[in-house]
Design a binder for this molecule. Structure first.
Ligand code: GTB
Length: 218
């Protein structure tokens, strides 16, 4: 049965691919699973029909048969597990490490990045932002420094590309506008490698088509 995911009717980023449905689309493209998309407005997200799928009234969600999921990490992990091979290695230890990187992306690397997004965008005009921004930027730099040291000159975090890389690249993409990523040559190249993957390109174009009104290339 073809899964259905939800995405913004109009993403606030205008199609830059930063909303989290892109991560789910990317995972589905990597495993070659066709999918349907139901677009929801901000208003519809807070209505009972959507809240029944997502208790926090957000996107993305994932429905397949009688299974409904929310939380991007859980959805990507589910997709990876259902399609053995492309996103999770068969070796149990390598698989556990790939899942560890998924958690590291959303639990350790993403939180300071989200703080930065809040400071730069949502609180840009607040009186405290001038003093707080350098502190937040340094917290992001600390994490990137550690991640950069671990990645070294490898292509991916642990052997072949995995769901861990999919999540980490997606998280790092949120930094592009800040310029901080450019301070770490190997991380910039890592993100570029992720973006160059045909599956990412298809996912990106599909969400862009929704948000710009242009049709996605076949
Ligand atoms: N922990 C949840 C998950 O990982 O799935 C978080 C889901 C979430 O934050 N969803 C956001 C949402 O539905 C969209 S992705 N927000 C609406 C609401 O809460 O009312 C976050 C997002 C939104 C916009 C941009 N952007 O414009 O650049 C980027 C990312």
């Amino acid at each position: 049965m073809t899964p259905t995911i939800t995405a913004f009717e109009r993403s606030p980023d205008g199609g830059k691919g930063l909303a989290r449905d892109t991560r789910v689309r990317w995972a589905l493209e990597e495993v070659g699973q066709p999918y349907n998309v139901r677009l929801v407005s901000f208003q519809a997200m807070k209505q009972p029909a959507h809240l029944a799928l997502h208790p926090f009234g957000q996107i993305p969600t994932y429905e397949q048969g009688d299974l409904t999921l929310f939380e991007t990490g859980a959805i990507v992990l589910h997709i990876a597990e259902r399609h053995s091979g492309p996103l999770l290695p068969d070796d149990p230890n390598a698989r556990a490490r790939a899942i560890t990187w998924m958690f590291a992306a959303i639990n350790t690397v993403e939180p300071p990045i989200l703080e930065l997004v809040t400071a730069r965008i949502l609180e840009a005009d607040k009186p405290w932002t001038k003093d707080r921004l350098p502190l937040v930027m340094d917290r992001v730099r600390d994490r990137l420094q550690q991640l950069s040291a671990r990645l070294g000159d490898a292509d991916w975090l642990d052997g072949a590309f995995s769901a861990g890389d999919l999540m980490m690249v997606s998280v790092l993409l949120r930094l592009r506008a800040s310029g901080i990523l450019d301070e770490f040559t190997n991380l910039s190249a890592y993100v570029a490698r992720g973006e160059a993957r045909p599956a990412y390109q298809r996912a990106f174009e599909a969400q862009r088509a929704v948000n710009t009104g242009r049709s996605a290339p076949c």
